[in-house]
Design a protein around this ligand. Structure first.
Ligand code: MLT
Length: 324
């Protein structure tokens, strides 16, 4: 008798999940962005969810929950109801670097999520305040290595993209500037433009407009090729720096346990958004890289997360980086 009841409950549960996915979504969806509004992760989230909302027929509302290099917002999202109504925009930091820097991290990037798909590749650019006393990477490195105690570096909190790529940069050029934490590189960029902080390694989608506007300096982009939106910014290799090539990425996740049908609807909507001309135009104009079809699948994202955790852990440990 007990077996029959359990079987019926299981069937009922499956039916409910199926029914839930069928009607999904029936109300607005919240996307948690774990950094301050206006920064790169927020910009990518607002661009891709615009078209996703239209496809899903419900608004995706962005909620900025900043703190601890993005791990505060991601922890909250990971622990939310796995019903498809709370999703998140994670990235190379929250789902790659964070485990190496937070011994008591409250989530496992490789286990506690239902990957939805990659949203955008975001190459890293080495940028500085307009008044920085150097005009190219060589001059910058010369000044930095001789005056590291006088130079400060902005970042979006331990484990963020700007922090982990910054730590990696400092270990490659053997400099130890003072690290200044912000709730995102949106606010950090404001201080860079105000000449109150010296430099940072940030995602192109945040800094490209200010570089084009001449409001900040860009010494190099950390990719094998120049970006089409910053044709005058050399690659690190062209500028004479070996061993510093790094690109970040932003991706959509749902909490583990989100029904597979719901995950599929969200993934299809993201893929459709990335095929949309307006979405592609808005991301590309900021230097964002549109993922290929094979890179966009939930399975590909799961593999990316696993490889990034494996890549960043030794890099950050070797650089002596620890959680503050
Ligand atoms: C942001 O949106 O502020 C960034 O993604 C922060 C970072 O990880 O550097």
């Amino acid at each position: 008798m007990k077996k029959v009841v359990l079987a019926l409950a299981a069937v009922a549960g499956l039916a409910a999940t199926g029914a839930q996915a069928q009607g999904y979504p029936t109300r607005p969806i919240t996307m948690i962005v774990p950094f301050a509004a206006g920064g790169p992760t927020d910009v990518v989230a607002r661009i891709v969810t615009d078209n996703m909302s239209r496809t899903l027929g419900q608004q995706i509302v962005i909620e900025n929950v900043a703190g601890a290099g993005g791990t505060t917002g991601i922890t909250r999202a990971a622990q939310s109801q796995p019903d498809g109504y709370t999703i998140m925009m994670g990235h190379m930091g929250t789902h790659g670097a964070a485990p190496a820097l937070y011994p008591n991290l409250k989530y496992d990037p490789t286990k506690d999520f239902a990957p939805i798909g990659l949203a955008a590749g975001t190459p890293i650019v080495i940028v500085a305040k307009k008044d920085f006393p150097a005009n190219d990477l060589k001059g910058f490195l010369d000044y930095l290595t001789k005056n590291a105690d006088k130079v400060n570096m902005a970042h979006a909190g331990v484990g963020s993209v700007s922090h982990s790529t910054g730590i990696f940069f400092n270990s490659v050029v053997k400099a130890k500037p003072t690290m200044v934490a912000y709730r995102g590189t949106g606010p950090a960029l404001n201080d860079l433009m105000a000449n109150t902080v010296d430099f940072m390694t940030d995602q192109i989608v945040n800094v490209a407009p200010q570089i084009q506007g001449g409001n900040i300096k860009a010494f190099a982009i950390a990719t094998p090729e120049r970006s089409p939106v910053l044709p005058n910014v050399p690659t690190t290799k062209e500028a004479g720096l070996e061993g510093y090539e790094v690109s970040a990425w932003n991706a959509v996740f749902a909490p583990k346990g989100t029904p597979p049908d719901v995950v599929k609807k969200l993934s299809d909507a993201l893929m459709k958004s990335l095929d949309d001309e307006n979405t592609k135009k808005r991301l590309s104009e900021l230097g964002g890289v549109i993922p290929s079809n094979t890179e966009r699948t939930p399975e590909a994202l799961q593999k990316l997360v696993e490889s990034e955790v494996a890549r960043w852990t030794p890099v950050l440990k070797a650089a002596g980086a620890t959680a503050e």
